[in-house]
Design a protein around this ligand. Structure first.
Ligand code: K7E
Ligand code: CUA
Ligand code: CA
Length: 642
């Protein structure tokens, strides 16, 4: 029991004692660096009071989560060009779930069942419109400046789609394709409404476009790049419909939103509007484009917009020429380093921090000053940049610890650098004694995103930092030319950063969020009545209408409700399967050999598949998911007669 407690963070205890106070106690025991154990921080006094030597020999920093014990955090990660999202445990690094979104996953039947196909989108012939996707960023919905555990959103860069995942079942329930957008990359949920005080939760998702194209992209202007453009899209979080778009100069990389709901910002590395690599690097400085949400929505309301091609979505003009007057502007372009990549909001709500990729700097933008500029009360937009510390080479993304420190990934230096925002501001004002950079740690190797526990919320707790490393080289057993990537977990609770663990990741996660486990409330069993097509005793069986045959099947361990199913060659067969088991974790599968069908039904869940019975013969429909001692015997004969 003692072992277990050592590896668990006790939130209540931390709150009761005050974190600083409590870590102070550990520090008094002479534990530094890796020795400032998060495990210890969460344990009761009698454990903390153990002799230092014994504590130091304990597993470093709570990476070990004992068998049967639970992690303290969920890590929701994107999956890159696997097209999925993932759930891991922190600190163990255990993979808990993969969530298919834009890809096909036979384990659950995603892209195979009628219900998942309807969410993914089909062509007129019923086949999937797309089977590939590229997820980069996962962000949660907010309430009062922190996660509310309702939804996750992620992007598909290949086909410019936004997906929503409901967090009670961890399943994708909606996908929206953005009109006239190519290279949808940056995404962020809003944190409250800019106008209505009562709406203190997420109602919008903002989506940036990285690749400019002709607008509309219908063959016109192929040779005239001056007419190409990029759109910033606002999607309604509830309906998942695109509310409006804003056309800008340049492009959009990452997106961030302010805690007051008034501003969204996006890094803009191609202010040159260039068409090739060299051209995109000609300007010495690029920008962060800011969006005044309230004003854009007012313009939409007042009808001051255009539309593009066949899309009916209102498009507001956010280009520089149309936004020279601060008091009327819907956008502004804040100059900063060269080809900036990440932009992240500090948990105190005051700043956006950009990572200036091709400059060795981060730029700190004070949001109150941006609003002042929009109010016409700031002489020069340049004044909104209040710090620009030199932090190292290839800065990409920044995370926060809630104690005023920033942690920026340095791709070229293959490091994470810890620096202090207040000190950076003091230095920018001329304080030569300012101590900006506090620590550096080597990572293995070359980090992309880094993110901290609750780091993108007002509850940023400064415990864990995950470095998503792009190369693993020799860190793991070689498995052929394709290497895994590395998720490197770092303890940021002390003065010095310390690596806790490295684990592999299937390519290629980019970004993620680390969410306290109490935020997430999942259900274990579905409600049968939530499925309009649920099969119950009264409607189970075979129904034929012409050559359309509906097989209504139930599963209850260890049997399907029909031992034999007879159809005729040429029939269009729909199998609807409801799992009548009401036991947690009792999932059944359903596979139809040679018909390419494989899916599962969780307790009280209903799913369906439709296929053409175009080959005669006997086919054993069998349960794919181990469910019972007689799991292997759980099958049903499908006879297709001539
Ligand atoms: Cu830096 Cu797509 Cu967020 Cu990759 S992006 S790392
Ligand atoms: Cu049902 Cu295995
Ligand atoms: Ca550039």
């Amino acid at each position: 029991m003692t072992e277990v407690k050592k590896n668990r963070l006790d939130e209540d205890l931390l709150k009761a004692n005050g974190r600083r106070n409590f870590l102070g106690k550990s520090a008094l025991l002479g534990l530094t660096g890796a020795g400032v154990s998060l495990g210890l921080a969460g344990c009761k006094d009698e454990i903390a009071a153990k002799p230092a030597a014994a504590a130091a020999s304990a597993p470093a920093l709570g990476r070990e989560v004992a068998p049967g014990q639970l992690d303290d955090y969920y890590h929701f990660s994107s999956g890159g060009h696997s097209g999925e999202a993932r759930i891991l445990g922190v600190p163990s690094g255990r993979t808990l779930r993969r969530i298919p979104i834009f890809n096909i996953d036979p384990m659950v039947g995603w892209g195979i069942t009628n219900e998942s196909k309807a969410i993914m989108g089909t062509k007129p012939d019923g086949s999937l419109k797309y089977t590939t996707g590229d997820t980069h960023h996962v962000h949660g919905s907010y309430k009062d400046g922190t996660y509310d555990g309702r939804w996750l959103f992620t992007n598909d860069k290949i086909h410019s789609r936004l997906a929503r995942i409901r967090m009670d079942t961890m399943e994708c329930d909606k996908i929206t394709e953005l009109p006239n957008v190519m290279g949808f990359h940056g995404i962020f949920t809003d944190k409250r409404d800019p106008v209505d005080e009562k709406i203190n939760y997420t109602t919008r998702v903002f989506c940036g476009q990285e690749f400019h194209t002709p607008l509309p992209n219908d063959g016109r202007d192929l040779e005239d790049p001056s007419k190409w453009g990029c759109l910033f899209s606002c999607v309604d979080a509830e309906t998942m419909e695109v509310r409006w778009q804003c056309r800008i100069d340049g492009n959009m990389e990452l997106v961030a939103t302010s805690y007051d709901g008034k501003l969204a910002g996006s890094t803009n590395y191609n202010t040159e509007n260039a068409m090739d690599l060299a051209g995109m690097m000609t300007a010495e400085r690029d920008a962060c484009t800011f969006f005044h949400i309230e004003r854009i929505e007012k313009m939409v309301k007042d009808g001051k917009f255009t539309t593009i091609g066949s899309s009916k979505v209102p498009v507001v003009d956010g280009r520089k020429a149309a936004n020279a007057d601060p008091k009327a502007a819907v956008t502004c372009y804040v100059q900063l380093g060269k080809n900036p990549h990440g932009v992240n909001a500090s948990p105190d709500g005051k700043y956006f921090v950009t990572a200036d990729k091709l400059s060795p700097t981060a730029s700190v933008i004070e949001l109150a000053l941006v609003l002042k500029w929009f109010a016409g009360e700031l002489k020069d937009l340049k004044e909104v940049v209040v710090a620009q510390p030199e932090i190292g080479l290839g800065p990409l993304h920044t995370a926060f610890d809630g104690k005023g420190n920033a942690y920026t990934s340095l791709f070229l230096d293959s490091q994470v650098v810890k620096w202090n925002i207040a000190q950076a501001i003091a230095q920018f004002k001329g304080d030569k004694a300012a101590k900006v950079v506090l620590d550096r740690i080597d990572v293995n190797f070359q980090p992309g995103h880094g993110y901290s526990s609750m780091g993108e919320t007002k509850e940023s707790d400064g415990k864990y930092f995950n470095s998503g490393n792009k190369f693993s080289k020799d860190r793991f057993l070689p498995v052929g030319p394709l290497h895994p990537e590395t998720e490197q977990l770092i303890n940021i609770s002390g003065e010095k950063m310390a690596t806790i663990a490295e684990h592999t990741a299937y390519p290629e996660p980019h970004d993620g969020i680390i969410v306290r486990r109490d935020v997430v409330k999942t259900r274990q069993i579905y409600n049968m009545d939530d499925f309009p097509n649920a099969v119950k005793a009264e409607n189970a069986g075979i129904e034929r209408k012409g050559n359309k045959v509906h097989v209504r099947l139930m599963s209850q361990a260890p049997a399907f409700s029909m031992p034999i199913i007879k159809v005729k060659k040429g029939d269009e067969v729909t199998i609807t399967l409801t799992n009548h088991d009401k036991v947690e974790d009792l999932t059944h599968g359903c596979a139809v050999p040679t018909y390419n069908i494989c899916f599962i039904v969780n307790p009280q869940e209903t799913k369906s598949v439709t296929f053409k019975a175009d080959r005669v013969g006997a086919y054993w429909i069998y349960c794919t998911h181990f469910c019972h001692a007689l799991h292997l015997e759980m099958r049903s004969r499908l006879l297709i007669e001539a």
